[in-house]
Design a protein around this ligand. Structure first.
Ligand SMILES: Cc1cc2nc3c(=O)[nH]c(=O)nc-3n(C[C@H](O)[C@H](O)[C@H](O)COP(=O)(O)O)c2cc1C
Length: 365
């Protein structure tokens, strides 16, 4: 199947098989509102042949922010601002899905009101959530999905990757002894309840995606195929595969990091699979699709070149300029998420950080 061929999911028709993986841009306001700059960035992606845009992780509840300037979807007052994003991309035929998240034990303390720490039950932070807190968070995810629908998004993506709250439940490092801990079925319980709740509140036809780690630090207690099977049973639109170690690969390893688990899912289940991590060039994207993965998604390479897919369209041998230097990770807490080496996208960065030694050091790497 050609990478620019349409992809028909359960409810959503995507114009091609090229996605933008959720990437926090740090372009919201301090309060978490959408800015003109963010709209322009998404519009640029859409104008340049991104078929499906997963937004940055929007925070579902006050106190759940993992990043400064993270976009909030925690209250109805954010809906009008949020609706500007679907409006920005729709004229170009792109679909846009809001990623919803609570950082759990990974909250960034200076991005949240004092005292808002909340966690599941990780060994290093054993302040277990109470049943009442779990119910409140479940409702916050469901309400956030409904706001995304009201704002005009084409669906939501529940973030179950990269160590945030729902990963903290799902991982075997969850040491709870109640019905949300212990066996894998229990650790999956909250995710199941959230997805079922979203279907009930938003209607079965409102697309729900899940981004999920295909691995974890205690692999003997993590059966990824079993989890994928449960997601299929729940009738989600598609799963996007990632891994807890997505930032640890050698810079020179520019191939889909998680191809093997993706192919395993494809060989035994029917659920559509999108693969994230390590994608870099048009030929590998095509090869990945040829091997049976439904769609591919890119993060870092699109920070450097938001018009990357247009370049792929014009030249099937095109290779992204991104060198996976990971400066965009290193700057995670301090500066915006545009590529540290692409000056044209960084006029504001340059201006804001011209006297900042950390920034200068990164640039001279
Ligand atoms: C600067 C930056 C911000 C990111 N923000 C998010 C995010 O908000 N949500 C998410 O699920 N993944 C996030 N990721 C991870 C990417 O979506 C992706 O899974 C990972 O970077 C691997 O893909 P790549 O090799 O194409 O960069 C982020 C990655 C980077 C580099």
């Amino acid at each position: 199947m050609f990478v620019f061929t349409e992809l028909q999911l359960k409810h959503l028709l995507i114009k091609n098989r090229l996605c933008r993986s959720a990437t926090n841009e740090h372009l919201g306001t301090e309060e978490g509102c959408v800015t003109d700059e963010l709209c322009e960035f998404y519009s640029k992606l859409a104008r340049n042949r991104v078929g499906l845009i997963f937004t940055s992780h929007f925070c579902i509840a006050e106190g759940g922010r993992g990043d400064n300037r993270q976009i909030m979807i925690s209250d109805d007052r954010f809906i009008d601002g949020l609706s500007r994003l679907p409006q920005a991309v729709r004229p170009y035929g792109a679909k846009i899905v809001a990623q919803i998240n609570h950082a759990g034990a990974k909250i960034r303390e200076n991005a949240n009101p004092a005292g808002s720490m909340i966690t599941s039950s990780t060994p290093d932070r054993p302040d277990f959530m109470t049943g009442e807190q779990i119910a409140r968070i479940r409702e916050a995810y469901i309400a956030a999905a409904y706001r995304a629908k009201t704002a005009g998004f084409d669906g939501v993506q529940v973030h179950v990757a990269h160590g945030y709250l729902l990963t903290q439940f799902l991982d075997p490092t969850n040491r709870r002894s109640d019905e949300y801990g212990g066996c894998s079925k229990n650790r999956f319980r909250l995710i199941r309840e959230i997805i079922a709740g979203i279907h009930e509140r938003c209607g079965e036809s409102f697309p729900v995606f899940v981004k999920i780690n295909c691995n974890c630090k205690e692999p003997e207690n993590y059966d990824f195929l079993e989890i994928a099977g449960w997601l299929e049973e729940l009738g989600i639109e598609a799963m996007e595969l990632s891994g807890y170690d997505f930032g640890d690969f050698e810079k020179s390893y520019m191939r889909p990091y998680y191809l093997e688990p993706a192919l395993k899912v494809k060989s035994s289940l029917k659920i559509p699979v999108i693969i994230a991590g390590g994608l870099h060039d048009a030929a590998t994207a095509q090869e990945t699709i040829d091997r049976g993965v439904d769609a591919v998604s890119f993060s870092r390479a699109l920070l450097r070149e938001p018009d990357l897919f247009e370049k792929f369209y014009l030249d099937r041998s095109y290779v992204a300029k991104c060198v996976h230097c990971n400066a965009c990770y290193s700057t995670y807490s301090t500066v915006f998420k545009h590529c540290a080496f692409e000056k044209s996208t960084n006029a504001r960065l340059e201006e804001n950080y011209k006297g900042n030694r950390e920034w200068q050091a990164l640039k001279s790497k």
